[in-house]
Design a protein around this ligand. Structure first.
Ligand code: FEO
Ligand code: CA
Ligand code: CA
Ligand code: CA
Length: 598
């Protein structure tokens, strides 16, 4: 069959030159081609209209691919020629989607479009042969849109908690929608986990309580304006006081069953979840690693009570649905092994030659009980940041993606940056640079299995442009032979065990467009950062999917042209002025992009 025939094989490439941040272009290595696979507004269903921003409606948007794609994966079917693509839609950019308006009716109409443009998309894909580009299947049997109005079941210990009850849901068991879906992970049992990250920005809420202040709520108007016509997003309104507590969770969806009810997992804690990635421990329990992407916030892991069922039938699917509903939540404390005086904030290596040390996982919950004095289990799970504050966790430089290596089990933690390091929080050996502009990547090795309580760690990369002012470190690899890299965000692995890193923020630090980078982890090449691609102006690279055996890479290109205006776009990605019928000529469109050898 075509599926059995090999693809081109491998992803050999010469690193591309870094691209200046004023350039609106995609750059891929010599010998590769790129193409959008699906763009904002492309139809998922036969009844969806072709994208036309002038005639856009909420009903149309709910049947089309959403905005600002972040997490991405393709779950390939056994044939190898079909599969299902899942993408998160983290947020919207109102100022480049529509012209300015102060008409309340128009703003409400747009607000409903925004609600339909967020959430997730599930869409079937097909290809002619392994390694050939994918195409989407309009009307595919598994196609689905999940939006800000889709019902989610609340699971885990805080299901039904008084902290989660609202006038519309007095039982505290069903939440409408998901918000700020950033990174995520595909589980070994075939579901998708997605992190609800910057959910606070969708609410108007008094910050007068310690909990609300700690999660960054304010009474300022939101960018989507939903609170002006939907009191659900005004937490000052009677009956909506707890609505903000119903976001900030890890959500799980089953992309094979469009009728399934997605789940919010309260056992995994509530914070600005970047994402969650799972490793199965030797005893069959599953461990999810999770970052809270805020300056000075924490690294967490969840260890399941139940063991994974490795069957493939309905019974296994049912059993594995329980995995993330019961277990223990931990937060990380890092201890350096070098004298504090040697951690001077410059990034200079201490005298033992490494930023490294040991660490422990501090329990926040134990079985169905709180492990934090003075807090109930519900309080620990709903106000997790306060629980972690209370136990002395290590304040990190914004943990973004946290992902275990598929074969070594080592965990790679992207600390994207922290301009407040050294002012709000002192430097420490795990976060050693003052005003950490370019971010770093930590390598963590569990000492007692994935579910254990102690670990060792070291800094793999101190990012930056080696030719710039900041001190950099690339696992000892010569700095004059690496690609400049800044603001690591998402991580992935190829089947040869190499780490891949995508970035978000390089335009404002090293003045280069964001990109995707390969980093070998073993042998003489360990630490050799090599840039594979560069994305258009103002965009970040998300959700890298590395299919090196097929000679293919897929990325989500998020917020192209974000710093432009609706009538003065800074990006025309991906169509560059040659739109299809009925498509707006001048709007940048966040898109999933595929890159293949050919
Ligand atoms: Fe949505 Fe932490 O990036
Ligand atoms: Ca050290
Ligand atoms: Ca991110
Ligand atoms: Ca980011």
């Amino acid at each position: 069959s075509a599926a059995a025939s090999p693809g081109p094989g491998g992803l050999p490439f010469d690193p591309i030159a870094p691209v200046d941040a004023t350039i609106d272009a995609v750059v891929v290595p010599n010998g590769y081609r790129w193409q959008p696979l699906i763009r904002w507004g492309d139809p998922l269903f036969a009844d969806a209209p072709i994208f036309d921003i002038g005639a856009q409606s909420a009903a149309a948007q709910a049947r089309q691919f959403g905005y600002n794609n972040d997490y991405l994966d393709i779950l390939v079917d056994p044939s190898g020629l079909t599969g299902v693509l899942v993408a998160n839609h983290e947020y919207v950019n109102p100022a480049i989607m529509f012209p300015p308006s102060d008409d309340p009716a128009e703003l409400r109409r747009r607000g409903e479009i925004f609600q339909a443009a967020q959430g997730l998309s599930v869409v079937e894909v097909v290809r002619d042969s392994v390694g050939a580009p994918w195409r989407t299947v309009v009307g595919g049997a598994r196609n689905r849109r999940i939006t800000v109005t889709t019902p989610f079941a609340v699971e885990g210990p805080a299901r039904g908690s008084s902290l989660l009850r609202t006038a519309a849901d007095p039982g505290g068991r069903v939440v409408l929608g998901t918000l700020g879906n950033c990174a995520g992970g595909t589980t070994p049992w075939g579901t998708i986990l997605s992190g609800e990250e910057n959910f606070n920005g969708y609410f108007v809420a008094s910050a007068s309580s310690p909990e609300r202040a700690r999660y960054g709520f304010s009474e300022s108007p939101t960018s989507t304006g939903w609170e002006t016509w939907d009191s659900r997003f005004d937490a000052r309104a009677a009956g909506s006081e707890n609505e903000p507590n119903r976001f900030g969770w890890i959500v799980e969806i089953d992309p094979q069953d469009p009728t399934s009810t997605p789940v919010k997992h309260t056992a995994m804690g509530r914070f600005k979840h970047e994402g969650a990635n799972v490793r199965v421990d030797d005893d069959g329990r599953v461990v999810a690693y999770m970052g809270d992407d805020e300056r000075g916030d924490y690294l967490y892991k969840f260890v399941s009570r139940f063991r994974m069922d490795r069957g493939v039938g309905q019974a296994a699917r049912r059993n594995n649905r329980r995995l993330l509903t019961e277990g223990d939540l931990f937060v990380a404390r890092f201890s350096g092994d070098s004298p504090a005086a040697e951690i001077d904030g410059s990034g200079r290596l201490p005298s033992d030659g490494a930023f490294d040390g040991v660490g422990e996982w501090i329990p926040l919950t134990r079985g169905r009980a709180s492990a934090v004095p003075g807090m109930t289990l519900d309080e620990v799970l709903v106000h997790t940041r306060l629980a972690a504050d209370a136990v002395g966790a290590t304040k990190m430089d914004r943990c973004e993606d946290v992902e275990p290596h598929p074969t070594t089990g080592r965990v790679y933690i992207a600390c994207t940056n922290n301009t407040q390091r050294g002012t709000a929080v002192p430097v420490d050996e795990a976060n050693p640079r003052l005003a950490n502009r370019d971010g770093h990547v930590i390598e963590l090795e569990e000492e007692q299995g994935a579910g254990g309580r102690t670990f060792r760690w070291s800094i793999l990369l101190l990012c930056g442009d080696p030719a710039g002012a900041a001190l950099t470190y690339f696992a000892g690899f010569p700095a004059d032979r690496v690609s400049p890299i800044s603001c690591p965000d998402n991580v992935a692995f190829d089947s040869e065990g190499n780490l891949w890193i995508s970035t978000d923020g390089a335009p404002s630090t090293i003045r280069r467009n964001d990109g995707l980078f390969k980093v070998p982890l073993e042998g003489a090449e360990r630490g050799r950062v090599q840039q594979f691609l560069s994305v258009p102006r103002d965009a970040e690279v998300c959700g890298p999917v590395i299919r090196n055996a097929e000679g293919m890479v897929l990325v989500a290109v998020q917020h192209p042209g974000e710093d432009g205006a609706w009538d003065a776009p800074t990006s025309l990605f991906p169509d560059y002025g040659v739109p299809g019928p009925g498509q707006a000529p001048a709007a940048p469109r966040p898109s999933v992009m595929q890159v293949w050898r050919g």
